[in-house]
Design a protein around this ligand. Structure first.
Ligand SMILES: C[S@@+](CC[C@H](N)C(=O)[O-])C[C@H]1O[C@@H](n2cnc3c(N)ncnc32)[C@H](O)[C@@H]1O
Length: 158
């Protein structure tokens, strides 16, 4: 299960997934864009259900149920590069939904943005350079909505 899959291409590159069903979840606009880009390319994974779900909407569990996802099977959840774009409440709600859908033996792999000065300064610097050079600023539409201390996120995952 890849949450916020974006342009992740593992299922088209990894023969190791030949017998695995990999659900890809992303918000509707990104999901539509990806499906269009993929076109007729066949994945190497056994099956790749593409689910359009806004993780800020609390509808993940229902969408999974409707797609035939089996919560009794152990699942590896991959949630990379997404958490900063969600408000803290949506991160907590998504983790709670993941917990209800996780059979024993399931795993969760995630990364997040911590509250550190260097990345915040880096981001600010990039924006200043873009503005000074009159270039479009893609970060305008991608604000960081939640930053975490390791202990805070560990508590939510416990
Ligand atoms: C930086 S990309 C990361 C993509 C991929 N996981 C990777 O690591 O390459 C962030 C992804 O999160 C998705 N995303 C952001 N907010 C979301 C939301 N509310 N619900 C679902 N997906 C969301 C975006 O559409 C985008 O595909």
């Amino acid at each position: 299960m890849i949450l916020g899959a974006g342009l992740d291409s593992r299922v088209w590159r990894m023969p190791e997934l030949a017998s695995t069903t990999v659900f890809e979840v992303d918000q509707p606009a990104s999901q539509k864009d990806k499906v269009q880009r993929i076109g007729a390319r066949a994945p190497l994974a056994h099956r790749v259900p593409e689910l359009a779900v806004d993780l800020a909407g609390g509808t993940l569990a229902r969408a999974l149920e409707e797609s035939g996802f089996d919560p009794r099977a152990a699942t590896t959840w991959v949630w990379e590069g997404v958490i900063p774009y969600l408000p803290a409440a949506a991160v907590a709600a998504t983790l709670a939904e993941v917990a209800t859908q996780s059979a024993p033996g399931s795993r969760l792999v995630l990364n997040y943005q911590s509250r550190q000065l260097r990345p915040l300064l880096g981001r600010t610097l990039v924006r200043l350079v873009l503005r000074a050079s009159r270039q479009p600023d893609p970060l305008t539409t991608e604000p960081w909505r939640s930053l975490w201390k390791p202990a805070e996120l560990a508590k939510l995952c416990a």
